[in-house]
Write a protein that binds this ligand. Structure first.
Ligand SMILES: [Zn+2]
Length: 128
């Protein structure tokens, strides 16, 4: 993920990413996934934070966000049935969302054996 996009994400959802005042401004999580999934992750965090704030439940925190086996993998602590539903919906969307540009994509193996969700255009540009 582009550093600028990640920084925006962390600053939008400091509770979820456990960003405290002690964390330096240039801190990055190092979210390992393509920029095309940033809107999915952002929407997910927004729903999770809203859920915490409207129900008064304990804070949900992200433990891991990355791509694995071609799709988005997210691990959060403090989830309940509702928040797990939100997370699973977003993971389901990553199956059909190009990891590089966010357009409609397909999960497939590239010529170098990498399995990824890409649209036709990004797959042509990135045959690996
Ligand atoms: Zn694409």
């Amino acid at each position: 993920m582009n550093e600028e996009l990640e920084r925006t994400l962390l600053s939008k959802f400091p509770e979820i990413f456990e960003i405290t005042e002690a964390v330096p401004d240039d801190f990055l999580w190092g979210i390992h996934c393509g920029d095309g999934w940033v809107p999915l992750i952002s929407a997910m965090c927004q729903q999770l934070q809203l859920h915490v704030e409207t129900t008064g439940r304990p804070q949900i925190v992200a433990k891991q966000i990355k791509h694995k086996m071609g799709i988005l993998r997210c691990v959060f602590a403090g989830t309940d049935d509702y928040s797990n539903g939100v997370i699973n919906t977003v993971i389901g969307m990553s199956f059909v969302t190009c990891e590089m540009c966010g357009n409609k994509g397909v999960l497939a193996r590239g010529s170098k054996g990498w399995i990824r969700v890409l649209c036709d255009q990004c797959r042509l540009a990135n045959p690996g």
